[in-house]
Every structure is written in structure tokens, then in C-alpha cells.
Design a binder for this molecule. Structure first.
Ligand SMILES: [Fe+2]
Ligand SMILES: [Fe+2]
Length: 282
């Protein structure tokens, strides 16, 4: 169990208050718990290093990087991050993070995978630690590994290279973070391509903690089919969370619906947001 958790949103699509940071489509969250500082994702490229500096964080204090999946908007800042570091950095990710990926969303095939060669990242100081199973970095702070799919999920516009063609991306590389606090389980999402219900249920199973205190991050419910979106929102509501803090691929209509459903227990999390857990609704 960890005794406290602070999350700082270093990169997100938007900026909520005039704090000098830059919005960029993507996500990066600094996770600070006693004993370890982890950077979950790195945004799309340009914003991470200057935003961290503006918010008063030295990225040299990061002990480990975790990549939630291979999309460029979560991995594109990795090289700049590594190049300003003073020492090599362990980078946890699923082996599928390096796959070639594309979006068909705007009628053409646009590359959206990790925008660097593995060797280039290693030359810049990345020490990849590839994981497929749940992994506890310190007691109470766990990476999900591959998430079993029990609830139907998927986005047919997101594809992965196979042979000379492409197929719908099964996202085996989609990792989330589980933190066990004295209030319950905190689930921190990248893009939730595994499906938010699958991720939360697997977190309960992996940690043995049934009480879910908070769900934070990109839910991917914006692009989801209406039936899947409504099912997931009802599921989240049934958890009686202390905090739902969504952003990134959740999208404005779903964020608005969440704000109505969760009232003071909802918090939008643009770049520059700081969240301390345990969370006290105001
Ligand atoms: Fe994303
Ligand atoms: Fe994604």
C-alpha cells in the first residue's frame, strides 16, 4: 500500500488555467508516491520538457518511465525526455509497443505509432524492460501488463500492420497503472484501449482490492460506440468512486456527461492539473 499519491498532468490536449504550460494532443502524467517517481507516458513531443520546467519539476527525479501503449501521442516526447536526462532511464512497456500503427479516422491511413526506432531510444538512454504480466514496481504500485478482455471494446479506425496490410488493433500493449492506497484502488489510464471496465476489473483481480477509489486518465469513451460508452459510464457510476478525473481521448461530450453524473466527484484534468490522493471533494 502507498501512503500518498500525487499526480501532475504534464501533457494533455488542453490547458485549463493560465499557468504557462502548452496544450498538445497527448498525455503525460507524473506519478509521485513515497519511494518512487514514475512518468506515465510522454505526450506527443514538444510539450513535456518545457511544461515540466514551467511546473517546477526536474525530470531528472523520474526513476522510471512507463509507456501505456505505442501511440505517438503517448510516446512522442520520449526522445526529448531522454536527451535532457543526466542518466539512463528504465522504460517499462509491453513488447508490442514498437508495432507499426495507423489511424483510418480521417479517410486516409495516417501513421500513429511510436515515432522512433528502438535503437535510437536506447542510444539516448532508454533501458527497455518489456512486460506482459502484472508487475509491482514497489509494494502497492503495479503495472497491469496485458489486460484480459471480458467486456467488448475496440475502435475499428485504429489498425496495426500485418503482412502487407492492416487489421484492427487488438492493443495487447495497452498498460495501465494500479495504485493501492488506504482509500482503495486508484486506476490510472493511458488511452484505455483495453476498455475501462476491463482495466478496472483486472485491477481488482491483480491487487485483490475490491474498493475502487479513483479512475484517472484517458478513457477512450469519446470515440466509443454509443452502447459501449453508455455501458462504461453506468459501470463507472456503479463503483461509487471518490474521484473520476478524465481527460484526453474521453472527449468533451463524454466529459460533460461525466461532470453531470459525478458532480463534485468529477474533475477534468487538463495540462497543469495536480491531483492529490486521498481525494477530498469540495
Ligand atoms: Fe491517446
Ligand atoms: Fe491511443
Amino acid at each position: 500500500m502507498v501512503t500518498g499519491l500525487r499526480l501532475t498532468i504534464l501533457c494533455e490536449n488542453t490547458v485549463g488555467v493560465p499557468n504557462g504550460v502548452t496544450g498538445e494532443w497527448g498525455l503525460s502524467i507524473l506519478l509521485e508516491v513515497p519511494g518512487i517517481t514514475v512518468l506515465l507516458d510522454t505526450g506527443a513531443g514538444g510539450a513535456l520538457v518545457p511544461n515540466a520546467r514551467t511546473l517546477g519539476h526536474s525530470l531528472n527525479k523520474v526513476d522510471q518511465v512507463v509507456l501505456s501503449h505505442g501511440h505517438y501521442d503517448h510516446t512522442g516526447g520520449l526522445r526529448a525526455f531522454l536527451e535532457q536526462r543526466e542518466r539512463p532511464t528504465p522504460v517499462y512497456a509491453h513488447p508490442g509497443v514498437f508495432a507499426e500503427r495507423f489511424s483510418l479516422a480521417d479517410g486516409r491511413m495516417r501513421p500513429i505509432g511510436l515515432p522512433f526506432e528502438r535503437g535510437a531510444l536506447e542510444s539516448a538512454g532508454a533501458e527497455f524492460r518489456l512486460v506482459t504480466e502484472p508487475l509491482e514496481l514497489i509494494p502497492g504500485f503495479c503495472l497491469s501488463g496485458e489486460v484480459p478482455r471480458r467486456f467488448e471494446t475496440g475502435d475499428p479506425r485504429l489498425v496495426i500492420k500485418e503482412g502487407e496490410g492492416v487489421r484492427p488493433d487488438p492493443f495487447p500493449d495497452d498498460l495501465s497503472v494500479y495504485v493501492v492506497t488506504d482509500c482503495g484502488l486508484v486506476v490510472i489510464l493511458g488511452c484505455a484501449h483495453s476498455g475501462v471496465e476491463n482495466i478496472v476489473e483486472y485491477g481488482r483481480e491483480v491487487t485483490g482490492i475490491n474498493r475502487v477509489a479513483a479512475v484517472i486518465g484517458g478513457t477512450h469513451l469519446g470515440p466509443a460506440a454509443p452502447a459501449e460508452r453508455d455501458r462504461a459510464l453506468a459501470y463507472l457510476h456503479s463503483l461509487d468512486l471518490d474521484l473520476l478525473s478524465a481527460n484526453h481521448c474521453t472527449g468533451l461530450p463524454v466529459l460533460a456527461a461525466m461532470a453531470g453524473m459525478f458532480d463534485s466527484r468529477f474533475r477534468f484534468a487538463p495540462a497543469g492539473t495536480i491531483i492529490d490522493l486521498p481525494f477530498q471533494p469540495v
